[in-house]
Every structure is written in structure tokens, then in C-alpha cells.
Design a protein. Structure first.
Length: 93
């Protein structure tokens, strides 16, 4: 299943180093991923949204935000480019 993972690192935790931590965690824990926007990712996993959240929140600070939800069929995009659209088209929903 494909999940949408978004986060917002709040001041003073919005440093390049803190972004590197959460990005590294996403890439290492979910080998099949697509980086959509600065803080928006798609990951493929058999786990639940809550399990994904719990595995990534260790890389966040108490004031930071995170949202994880399954992505369903019927998605639409604009100006996403071939690479991201192809990644999405290659997934099973």
C-alpha cells in the first residue's frame, strides 16, 4: 500500500540537520519511496499508518507535526513531471 507522509519541522528544529534526519529515516525504513515536495513523501509499506508514524516520530521534536495516511486510487497531479507520475503509476492501489 502507498502512504502519504508529511511533516512540518517547527522553529528551532527546522534546521538542515533535522531535515536530513527525517529524510534519512524515510529512505532507510521504506526502500520504495517518492519525494513529492519539500516535506511530502510517498512510501510503500505493508504496515499501518500508525506504525509508520510511530517509526518516524523518533526523528521529530515534540513541537513538530506529522501526518500519515493511505493513498487511494483516483489521485491526480499537475506539474509533477514524468518521474513522480511514473512512480505513482507503477504502484498497486
Amino acid at each position: 500500500m502507498v502512504f502519504l507522509v508529511t511533516y512540518d519541522l517547527k522553529v528551532p528544529n527546522d534546521t538542515p540537520g533535522n531535515y536530513e534526519l527525517i529524510i534519512g529515516a524515510i529512505k532507510s525504513q521504506f526502500p520504495t519511496w517518492c519525494h513529492i515536495e519539500k516535506s511530502v513523501w510517498l512510501v510503500e509499506s505493508v504496515e499501518s499508518a500508525a506504525t509508520i508514524r510511530d517509526s518516524l516520530k523518533a526523528y521529530l521534536h515534540p513541537g513538530d507535526l506529522m501526518f500519515v495516511a493511505p493513498l487511494m486510487r483516483g489521485w491526480a497531479s499537475w506539474n509533477f513531471g514524468t518521474e513522480r507520475n511514473d512512480w505513482l503509476k507503477g504502484r498497486s492501489f
